[in-house]
Design a protein around this ligand. Structure first.
Ligand code: HEM
Length: 920
């Protein structure tokens, strides 16, 4: 229909002889772009989309500013109409043209670009490390790829207790009790590949194996790219930390972060803030990462200690504050030694990365940080002896408010690392702090509230159908009264996990990436493409339909995959076959090492928490508490002393640290690690971030971008936002960073004969060489050597409302989708047979008492009261008045959300006297 209208318009224009004049107008560009049709999804890695559109498409979706932006290395869609704040919106009669209006063209264009990227990422960026890769590639080459497969690598080994139950021999299938609930170790989420996503499986990669471990200089392209400039401690990680990460202080004496000192109302540690995201969001994401991945086993690595850098002249040591005597335990490694390879066509390919590591927790979104991931962690999870379906919560000995109880402490008999002494007992206790204590207590309370509601319904109508079924006898109704405490515990685990996944997808992410395209995309991601969000659904469907071009069969497979999921309401998820709605896109699911790199979000953590008290004036900051005084056992004491409501209020109102250079918490540069027997007993966690990435072979920044289908940078100057006026203060700051990068990473004389990558080509089809188009022998920046984390923190250009960089975002597009698509309990098994009627209702309605709507239309949308807000209202009812005006629990609670995706730091009504609005 839209096509017909546009073809009608172009015919009219040509008939009127207007073509030459309109060709370069917005109208002409839209017509040319529409007639040109959608681009095909690339068949070659080297001719990917790269987030850059044609001149016509750019003009049609964002006018001349978007056309000019095409010259930059950054994504085009953030320049489209309506993809930013109010000033990105077209007003007047044009905005009333429905789907032809600039605003709709902008948003639809952005959604199209995002979907192209996601499809290409799924197509080009899956590299499994567990031995399936050769087969995957061979199937691709012979066009025999399937979205779902059975991999021998994911059969249970003979020593697994469920070995016999899945059929022992070669063809294994999970049935009966093994498929009813999330299993402790994560087996049998995929019924035909029981081991997938379970504890101790190798992390995958999102980049070609040949691009990993550049420090090994294993092939000519890598040597051309980096020369001999890289090493585990090259450039020096502590120097990077001190020169590029340290938060500058206007009054260092007032910042108590370096040593633990007592709270003081005068304490002040400067940090750059993201005004639309609060501190709860920082600890939320740490809480999530503990569910998804861990490289450490029970909080430890290998016994061997290694140096951490600071090889500088003695005078500089004092000036910089680094410590040459710091040591850290070496990272755990699974596979090492000669890397297996195979020949395909004319090329020899690696079968896995030169080294692999294991995910020491389950990769599923199964709340394993709360409920456990193996026998050891499960022993720390305490059940209530009065009702074993419940988690144990006990009265607070310090008797602050909070009728719903607090998590008990680890007991001497519990498996524990000595540095966890005095902490709450949870499955994943490492790097414990006040924020983790908060979320663990909240969701333990939520677990118990679910149990209580279930028991209420069961008591009222014990013979009623609970909705549950046993897959071994699917036709037999299970009544409420038949459900055992153990079964109810597992049902609650399913519900809490899905609730957490929903909060993360539609509440945390939409606040962290605060603009309209992402709001629509994330809601579509959760709700299924085609059902809940007609705009996003209709646009995205067009891309998906085009996937894989002429091959009708393959196209319909992919179409079915996208239509079926991700998202728990996707089409096809109601089929009788419970594995029907799951899709791994041909490669088994686990997180890639690059995902861990993209989640090194330590700058989000402030050095002091601005502590407030709910019973006093919430607008007043009563004290400044150093975060270092709230880590490990001290977190537990602080939680019990002040209670959940006060910590919620304090972290809910305070802005998070911006993810940028010169903004890492000072206390993390000086963190005591009691388990280490080194001279200092301390580490610089930020230097360790760099070291761990190198130990795990994360490609350096430019190759990382090329591998992920983004444009490369050709010098450090590319980091500077080209929209800034020549002498603006912001430009000066950015140019200072450029100079610092140049000082640390250096420059060299380039050699045009050296090809530095095979991941992409220049726009004219030629190979990318060491000179980036400059004359042979020119002095060029060592932009290729920049550590990935340093690079993405240096990105000053960001889409509107993005707390993260576009490079990290690319990692999230792929993996956030996959962890929904691949999980049976978030696709085909999201139904009452597994979750119970109450469970499904709880997740869909955000609680037991029906859907609730927010007042008005925030950012133009009718919105349900958000899922975390509902959880907080249930688990900390004292917060009711404070939460009433809050639309998203991760938006600073006293901020006025203003007009369309405003990022302003302005108080809402009633919070005018909040002192934090007096500061920048
Ligand atoms: C008080 C707050 C925090 C402390 C004390 C802390 C401490 C640490 C330490 C010591 C490590 C190094 C472990 C090792 O490799 O040996 C680490 C790793 C890490 N941290 Fe934090 N952290 C904090 C907050 C956060 C937050 C808010 C995030 C946000 C996502 C985060 C994400 C990570 C990630 C992704 C890793 C790598 C984990 C892995 O290798 O599997 N941390 N942290």
């Amino acid at each position: 229909m839209k096509r017909k209208v546009l073809i009608g318009l172009i015919t009219l224009a040509v008939v009127l002889g207007a073509y030459p004049t309109i060709r370069h107008s917005r109208f002409g560009s839209c017509v040319a772009y529409a007639v040109g049709g959608f681009r095909n999804v690339s068949t070659e890695r080297s001719s990917r989309f790269l987030g850059k559109v044609t001149e016509d498409a750019a003009r049609c979706r964002g006018g001349e500013a978007a056309v000019a932006w095409r010259e930059t290395p950054w994504l085009d869609w953030p320049m489209y109409w309506s993809a930013g704040g109010t000033d990105s919106r077209a007003a007047g009669w044009l905005s009333k043209l429905g789907f032809l209006s600039p605003n709709r063209r902008g948003i639809n264009g952005a959604l199209l670009d995002l979907e192209y990227q996601r499809i290409e990422l799924l197509k080009f960026n899956l590299f499994d490390n567990s031995g399936t890769y050769e087969n995957y590639l061979r199937d691709r080459e012979s066009h025999a790829e399937k979205l779902i497969k059975i991999w021998p690598q994911f059969r249970l080994p003979q020593d697994n207790p469920a070995y016999a139950a899945v059929g022992a021999g070669s063809a294994q299938k999970c049935t009966g009790e093994l498929v009813r609930f999330r299993t402790l170790t994560g087996i049998c989420n995929d019924i035909l590949n029981p081991l997938m996503g379970s504890v101790d499986q190798p992390f995958g990669r999102n980049v070609e194996f040949e691009a990993t471990f550049p420090e090994l200089s294993a092939d000519e392209v890598v040597r051309n790219r980096h020369g001999d400039r890289l090493g585990l401690l090259k450039p020096d990680p502590q120097v990077i930390s001190r020169k590029l990460f340290t938060r500058a202080q206007t009054a260092p004496a007032n910042c108590p972060a370096r040593q633990s000192r007592e709270a003081s109302p005068d304490a002040n540690c400067d940090y750059q803030t993201a005004s639309h995201v609060n501190v709860l969001a920082a600890f939320w994401i740490q809480f999530m990462t503990h569910d998804w991945f861990s490289h450490l086993e029970e909080g430890s690595n290998q016994p061997e200690l290694i140096p951490m850098g600071c090889s500088v002249k003695p005078g500089e040591i004092t000036a910089m504050g680094c410590r040459p005597e710091d040591r850290i335990d070496k990272a755990l490694v699974a596979a090492d030694g000669p890397t297996p390879s195979f020949v395909l066509g004319a090329q020899r390919r690696l079968s896995r990365a030169p080294k692999t590591t294991l995910n020491k927790v389950t990769a599923w979104w199964d709340a394993s940080q709360i409920y456990g991931y193996d026998e050891i962690s499960r022993r720390r999870v305490k059940r209530d002896p009065q009702d074993p379906a419940k988690l144990l919560l006990e009265a607070n000995p310090i008797s602050t408010p909070g009728q719903l109880g607090f998590l008990p402490l680890l007991q001497k008999s519990d498996p524990q690392n000595p540095q966890w002494t005095g902490q709450e007992a949870v499955a994943f206790p490492d790097n414990w702090n006040i924020g983790l204590s908060f979320f663990h207590n909240v969701f333990a309370r939520e677990h118990n509230l679910f149990i209580e509601e279930f028991r209420r319904r069961s008591a009222a109508k014990p013979n009623e159908d609970s909705g549950l079924r046993n897959p071994a006898k699917p036709d037999r109704v299970i009544q409420y009264r038949e459900i055992s405490p153990d079964e109810l515990f597992e049902i609650a685990r399913l519900v809490i996990s899905a609730e957490i996944a929903k909060i993360h997808t539609i509440e945390w992410t939409t606040q962290l990436l605060y603009n309209e395209p992402l709001y629509l995309a994330m809601n579509a991601n959760w709700s299924g493409l085609l059902q809940k969000h007609p705009i996003a659904g209709a646009v995205l469907e067009q891309v998906v339909q085009r996937f894989a071009g002429a091959d009708g069969k393959k196209s319909s497979d992919w179409y079915a995959a996208f239509a079926a999921g991700p998202g728990i309401f996707g089409l096809g998820n109601d089929r009788a076959d419970i594995s029907a709605g799951v899709n791994h896109f041909g490669s088994p699911f686990n997180f890639p090492e690059e995902f861990i790199n993209a989640y090194r979000l330590h700058p989000m953590v402030p050095d002091v928490i601005e502590f407030r008290e709910l019973q006093q004036d919430a607008n007043a900051i009563r004290s400044k508490i150093p975060v270092v005084n709230t880590v490990r056992g001290k977190a537990t004491d602080a939680m019990r002393q002040y209670g959940l409501a006060n910590w919620a209020l304090s972290m809910g109102r305070q802005r998070v640290g911006a993810l940028t250079l010169h903004n890492h918490p000072l206390f993390l540069q000086n963190l005591d690690i009691p388990r280490l027997k080194s001279a200092t007993g301390k580490i610089d966690v930020l230097a360790l971030d760099i070291i761990r990435d190198r130990e795990r072979g994360i490609p350096r920044y430019n190759e990382y971008r090329r591998q992920y289908g983004l444009k490369q940078l050709s010098s450090f100057d590319d980091f500077v936002d080209p929209r800034l006026a020549p002498n603006s203060p912001q430009r000066v700051v950015q140019q200072t960073v450029v100079a610092e990068l140049r000082e640390i990473y250096g420059q060299h004389k380039c050699a045009a004969a050296k090809i530095i990558t095979t991941a992409q080509k220049n726009d004219d089809g030629s190979a990318i060489n060491d000179c980036f188009g400059r004359a042979n022998g020119s002095v060029v920046d060592n932009i290729e050597d920049v550590d990935a984390m340093v690079g993405w923190l240096a990105e000053f250009v960001r889409p509107h409302g993005f707390a993260i960089s576009e490079t990290q975002f690319q990692v999230f597009i792929l993996n956030a989708s996959r962890r929904l698509f691949s999980d049976r309990f978030l696709t085909s098994s999201f139904r009452p047979e597994f979750y119970s009627n109450l469970g499904v209702q709880w997740i869909n309605d955000n609680g037991p008492d029906g859907k609730m709507m927010e007042r008005g239309k925030p950012n133009g949308h009718e919105m349900e009261v958000s899922p975390l807000k509902r959880v907080l209202l249930r688990t900390i009812p004292e917060l009711k008045a404070e939460l009433d005006p809050v639309v998203n629990a991760f938006d600073p609670w006293a901020r006025d959300r203003g007009e369309y995706y405003s990022l302003q730091w302005k108080p809402r009504r009633g919070a005018e006297s909040d002192v934090s609005f007096g500061t920048k």
